[in-house]
Structures are given as structure tokens and as C-alpha cells.
Design a protein around this ligand. Structure first.
Ligand code: ADP
Ligand code: MG
Length: 682
């Protein structure tokens, strides 16, 4: 294979024949049955096919982006059609008068008769009996045509089907029975080379179920495996827990919300049980997850174990440390901070004390997972903003506990709609803080066109004049091909124009973490008044004095991400504003309206999920290979529930998949790392 082609396939996540044949079409173009020109409907809906002869053709070169236009008159015995192609200068040598052609495109009525804007065409040889087909249309990448990809996939399908061992049916016979599924090999052929649309439907029906089923089986297996691991022993009785609760409540400068108390009770109940806790704590920004974490730590410490709390950035680790230490030290709990920027001597001291058990709680960044960090008795691992960490980083921290699997609490501010969270992440128990502490003013959100920018920055100036601070977020760091605002340019422009005279700073992901931290510190201290940035501010920085969040080109961001950005303001007592600047009237912009309407992260997540199928589930990064290919969680939710039920009964009946009936399933799971996605959350 040519390296160029290999690189193109790689961009599509295709590395093996197996990947290739699992690259499914997103739709099919019906290239059968051309319509007579005379019979073209008056207002054709969508694309139509025509077969005829070119009687006249002309090409012109154009200035500007389109570059060329070809116009032909096509005749099929019943009537005439004007066919137009834009931007395809090579047609000049390809199409000639007298040729027979098959055309597909959108047709409109003009005074001069029907006119087709041609989507695709193909020359039909003289004497060739025309036979169109259903053309699968694949997701493509720059430089790779559908035709080339289709040919490759066709080859892949043939190679695969020729080898009886290469399509093992992962669905056990008992699962297939009664569901009317087509055979795995048949499905593979039919999804790529259907004879009719009904075949594609039958293939999809089976493949979608299969995707859900395989995911659900891996989740169920993993859950069973975790439950069987040895846990740290923290078996406090009911009375001891009640005592602990009063002690904890007395430590806090505020009263826990009902939701916080419920979630803390769930956490404590896990930790005092026999199996290692594996809990996901969801709560919108500002809902007070850290207090729950502190409660979990208190229990661990009282039971004689150490806790490691990992945050994604140094600033966050410092903020969390200050908060936690302030509360826990009053209970005599010894905590320490471990981040990359520590001085050697301080670091060595922390390491010694951790190893000796003289420190109960360590708060840090990924500096916690370096090899020389050892614990005397690690019993609880807490991961803040869990989606910022890779699978391996989380596993590495857990692996520092010896002789048992530590209780694990992962926290996220990206809400996952309830039903989906419970089902997709069945290997995690989910707790939700669905209530904000009292007295918070909801952030007011506006979606505005770019033309409103002068007014928006005028408003920013007013807020700054009133002693507040503002964020301005841009999608890109520097000028790029995409027509979007870049932070560098915007910073330069705003400093010179709209925000002239204000203390404006720039922060982006390509700066060193020292530089970033310095800027964030100056912003936190209130010296910097307006912070222009990329989405590096997304993660939980706490600047209570910031009251305005302006997001430029908001339409290029996901809803969940915008909701996160909005959470950066409204953390203090002053009224706060989030202004989303987006292309006016476009569909992408209308999607943002939900943010104007609600501050409820779950509603936002639900909308996001509807749009994107999987949504940003807990912020788990979706690696190409482990995404659903055909399944769409919202659209196919009933299928998901059915597949999950089937998967669970298979695993309950045969927890190690050793029965002959599950041989294909076991082999399939062994051959693919199907649970990357699941591992990513635990
Ligand atoms: P997040 O869930 O975003 O991590 P934090 O734990 O950082 O939220 O809490 C946000 C702020 O709210 C903190 O300043 C914290 O001290 C405060 N807070 C937490 N719980 C309560 C409560 N029950 N009442 C009042 N303030 C609270
Ligand atoms: Mg937090």
C-alpha cells in the first residue's frame, strides 16, 4: 500500500483489514433506476438520477474559489436537461458531446427547463447495459475519494469472507434466537454491498445490537471483576459512622446541602463494604464535590488509611489543597501537596513522610504517579476532573496501593444524563449532586452575533470598572485556516482597541505550565483584569471575582464544553454573565439557545447527547477504535436496553465466558480491546 494511502486510512482510524470492513457507510446513494427527464417531478425532493446523451458541452474558467464551470445539455429521448458542474476543471478533458452519461444531482426548474447541479456522474459506454447500484457513501478524509475507499473496502470484505475464521459470530446462539438477526457474514456483506435498502436495514439492525451487546458484556465482566478484588478494610459500624458524621459537619464552614449529604452517605456505605468502591461523583461546577471528597478522606484516615487526591493542573491542586487542608487540619489530619514545581528538599520530605505513613492525605498532580512516590497504606484514591487524565495515569495511581484495590472516587463536572450514566457506565456506581449550595446567583447567558462585539466589550469595560474581571475565550491559539478567532490575534487587537488601557493577559495551552500558572496567579490576585485564553481555563479554576465569560465563535464548541466555560463565572456573590458570540442564524447557533434557557448541566448534557449520539460522556475521550460505529445511543436507546439485558444474563450465567455457547463471544473480546472505553472511566 502506498504510504499516502496508509496515512489517509490512518486518519480514519483504519489500521487493519478488520478496521477497514468496520468502516461503515453513513448513507447510500441510490444510483439505480434513472428517471425520464420528461417525468422529473416539478419540485424534486433530494437528488435524482438521469441517463442520457450529452448533446452540447462548454467549459469556462472562473475567478475566485470555484475556478470553473461546465455546462452540458443532456437529452434522453423524452426531454432536455441542463447539467452544471462547478469547480471540476478536469471535466474539460473527460466529457465530450455524444457521450452517454449517468447523472445524479439536485434538479431545479428554470425558465429554460430543468437544470441539474450534478453531484456525481459516470460515463456509460456505448452498448453497455446500464445497471446502477446502491452506492455506499463512506466517511472520508482529505485526498481519499469514496470510489477508492469503496474499492478497498470491497476487497477487504472479500478477503474477510474468504477466511471462515475471520468472522466469528460474537453473538451467542441463545441471544440470536428469537431476534431474527441475520448472520454475521451476511451482515458484513450487506452493509457494504446491499442489493436493496431492506438489506442494509437488516444488517444495521444486527450490527447495532452487536455493538451495544459487546460493550455491555465488557462492562458487566469488568464490574464483576472489580467486585471480586480485595478492598481496604474500613468496616466502621453504624454508630462509629454517626460519630464521624458529626465530627465532619463540625469541620465545615457551611452546612452540607441535602444532595451532598446523600452522596456522602453513598460513598461511606461503599467504603465500609466488602468490595472496592468504584464510584463516579457527578456534580455541576460549584456544587461542592470537594466537600464530599473531604468526607471520604476523613473516613479513610479514621480507618487507618492514606488518601491520594489527584487534580489535573498545579493551580487546581493548590486550590484544592488549600481548601482541604483548611478543613482537615482541624481534625488533626496531616496533609501535603505534591506537584512538579516543588523544591527538591520539600519533595524528598513529602516522599519520606508518605512512605512512613506520617502523611494522611496527599493532594497533587500527575507528580503523584511518578515511580518514587510510595505509600505506607494507600486506601483511597480520588481523582478530580477525571476526564483530564488518561486511563494509564489513573491505573498507575491505584496501583500504588499494595495488597488490595483502593477505594476509588472519580469526580466530574460534566454531567451525564442519568439514565445513560446508569446504563453505559454500569461498572461504576454513580452519585449525583443535583443541587447547588444556597445563595448562588444563576449566570445569565446570552447568544449574540459577532456584530455585537463592540457592545459586548463595552459591557466588559463596565464590569471591570466596577471592580470585576472577565474571561475571553477563543477557539484557536494562533491564526489558522479555520475562519475562527485566535487568542493571540484577539489579545493584540483588544489591547489596542476595545480594551485599551485595561490589564489584559493571554494564556494558552502552548505556554509552559510555569508561564500559565504565573498568569493565572496574577488573574487570581486580581491584577489582570481580562484574561484572553483558549479553553485551558475550562477546568475548575476558581476566581470568584470574575463576572463575565465571553466565548468567541461559540458555535464551534460543544454544549457541554460551553457549560463548563460558563461555570468559570458566577462563583462569587456578584451577578455574572456568559456571552456566547456566534454566527447569526446558523443551525449551529440555534443549538446554543438551550444554554440561554437553562443553567442545569443535565439538561445541557441531554441536548448535547441528542446532537452527538454519545455526547461527551463524562468527558471520556473517544479514541477512534472504541466509538460506536453504527449505534446511536439516543436514537437506538431501546436496542441498547435490550442488548444490555441480554449481555447481563449471559455474564450472570457464565461469568468467565467458558461455556461453549459463548466461545465466539470470548474469542471476540479477547481479540479486540473492546473495553478501552470502559477502562477509561475507572
Ligand atoms: P465543585 O463541585 O465545582 O468542585 P467546589 O467543591 O469547589 O465545587 O465548591 C465550590 C464552592 O462552594 C467552594 O468555595 C466551596 O467551599 C463552596 N461550598 C461547597 N459546599 C457548600 C455548601 N454546602 N454551602 C455553601 N458553600 C459550599
Ligand atoms: Mg472541583
Amino acid at each position: 500500500m502506498k504510504p499516502v494511502l496508509a496515512a489517509q486510512l490512518d486518519r480514519l482510524g483504519i489500521a487493519t483489514v478488520r478496521d477497514l470492513v468496520r468502516h461503515y457507510p453513513t448513507r447510500y446513494d441510490d444510483l439505480r433506476a434513472p428517471v425520464k427527464i420528461a417525468d422529473l417531478p416539478l419540485a424534486p425532493d433530494g437528488e435524482v438520477n438521469v441517463l442520457g446523451v450529452i448533446t452540447r458541452i462548454s467549459h469556462v474558467r472562473l475567478r475566485g474559489r470555484v475556478r470553473s464551470k461546465s455546462t452540458a445539455v443532456v437529452e434522453d429521448g423524452s426531454g432536455l436537461l441542463q447539467a452544471v458542474w462547478f469547480g471540476r476543471p478536469y471535466l474539460m478533458t473527460q466529457l465530450k458531446a455524444g457521450m452517454r452519461v449517468f447523472l445524479r444531482g439536485r434538479v431545479e426548474r428554470t425558465l429554460a427547463g430543468p437544470r441539474m447541479s450534478v453531484g456525481q456522474h459516470r460515463a456509460v459506454e456505448d452498448g453497455e447495459k446500464f445497471e446502477g447500484d446502491l452506492e455506499p457513501v463512506y466517511p472520508l478524509t482529505a485526498g481519499l475519494t469514496n470510489r477508492t475507499l469503496r474499492r478497498l473496502i470491497g476487497k477487504g470484505v472479500r478477503v474477510t469472507l474468504a477466511d471462515p475464521a475471520s468472522v466469528i459470530d460474537p453473538l451467542p446462539a441463545g441471544v440470536v434466537a428469537g431476534r431474527g438477526f441475520v448472520d454475521a457474514r451476511w451482515a458484513l456483506r450487506a452493509i457494504h454491498e446491499p442489493k436493496d435498502m431492506e438489506e442494509t436495514e437488516r444488517a444495521r439492525h444486527r450490527l447495532i445490537f452487536e455493538e451495544f451487546f459487546l460493550l455491555a458484556v465488557s462492562v458487566a465482566l469488568r464490574r464483576a471483576a472489580i467486585k471480586a478484588e480485595p478492598a481496604p478494610v474500613m468496616r466502621l459500624g453504624r454508630q462509629a459512622l454517626a460519630g464521624l458524621e458529626s465530627e465532619f459537619v463540625a469541620l465545615l464552614p457551611f452546612r452540607l446541602t441535602i444532595a451532598q449529604r446523600r452522596v456522602l452517605a453513598e460513598t461511606w456505605s461503599d467504603m465500609t463494604g466488602r468490595a472496592p468502591m468504584n464510584r463516579l461523583l457527578q456534580g455541576d461546577v460549584g456544587s461542592g464535590k470537594t466537600a464530599v471528597a473531604a468526607g471520604a478522606m476523613l473516613l479513610a484516615v479514621r480507618a487507618g488509611y492514606q488518601t491520594a487526591f489527584m487534580a489535573p493542573t498545579e493551580i487546581l491542586a493548590q486550590q484544592q489543597f488549600a481548601k482541604l487542608d483548611g478543613q482537615l487540619s482541624r481534625a488533626g489530619i496531616r496533609s501535603a501537596l505534591l506537584v512538579g514545581g516543588l523544591r527538591r528538599r520539600t519533595r524528598d520530605l513529602v516522599l519520606d513522610e508518605l512512605k512512613a505513613g506520617a502523611i494522611d492525605v496527599v493532594v497533587g498532580t500527575h507528580a503523584l504517579i511518578t515511580d518514587d512516590v510510595e505509600f505506607a497504606k494507600l486506601g483511597l484514591v480520588i481523582i478530580d476532573e477525571q476526564h483530564r487524565f488518561g486511563v494509564l495515569q489513573r491505573a498507575a495511581l491505584r496501583a500504588k496501593a499494595r495488597g488490595h484495590t483502593p477505594h476509588t472516587l472519580v469526580m466530574t463536572a460534566t454531567p451525564i444524563p442519568r439514565t445513560l450514566a446508569q446504563s453505559v457506565y454500569a461498572d461504576l456506581d454513580v452519585s449525583i449532586i443535583d443541587e447547588l449550595p444556597p445563595g448562588r446567583l444563576p449566570v445569565k447567558t446570552y447568544v449574540r452575533p459577532a456584530s455585537a462585539k463592540p457592545k459586548i466589550f463595552e459591557f466588559v469595560r463596565e464590569q471591570v470598572a466596577a471592580g470585576h474581571q472577565a474571561f475571553v475565550v477563543c477557539p484557536a491559539i494562533e491564526e489558522s485556516e479555520r475562519a475562527v478567532h485566535s487568542a493571540e490575534e484577539e489579545a493584540e487587537r483588544l489591547r489596542a482597541e476595545e480594551l485599551r488601557g485595561l490589564r489584559v493577559a493571554l494564556v494558552h495551552g502552548r505556554m509552559s505550565s510555569q508561564e500559565k500558572d504565573e498568569v493565572m496567579r496574577l488573574f487570581g490576585d486580581g491584577f489582570i483584569q481580562v484574561l484572553i485564553s483558549t479553553t485551558v481555563v475550562e477546568v475548575g479554576v476558581d476566581i470568584p471575582n470574575a463576572t463575565v465569560m465571553v466565548v468567541l465563535d461559540a458555535h464551534v464548541f460543544g454544549l457541554a464544553q460551553l457549560h463548563q466555560l460558563r461555570g468559570r463565572v458566577g462563583r462569587g456573590t456578584a451577578k455574572s454573565y456568559c456571552i456566547l458570540v456566534a454566527v447569526d442564524g446558523a443551525d449551529e447557533t440555534r443549538r446554543l439557545d438551550v444554554l440561554e434557557q437553562t443553567n442545569d448541566g443535565f439538561v445541557v448534557a441531554e441536548e448535547d447527547l441528542k446532537i452527538r449520539g454519545r455526547g461527551d460522556l463524562g468527558g471520556v475521550r473517544q479514541h477512534g477504535g472504541d466509538d460506536f460505529k453504527l449505534a446511536h445511543l439516543i436514537r437506538d436507546f431501546p436496542v441498547f436496553l435490550e442488548a444490555k439485558k441480554a449481555a447481563e444474563s449471559v455474564v450472570v450465567a457464565d461469568p468467565h465466558l467458558r461455556k461453549p455457547a459463548n466461545k465466539g463471544l470470548a474469542a471476540h473480546l479477547a481479540s479486540v480491546d473492546h473495553d478501552t472505553m470502559i477502562k477509561a472511566t475507572s
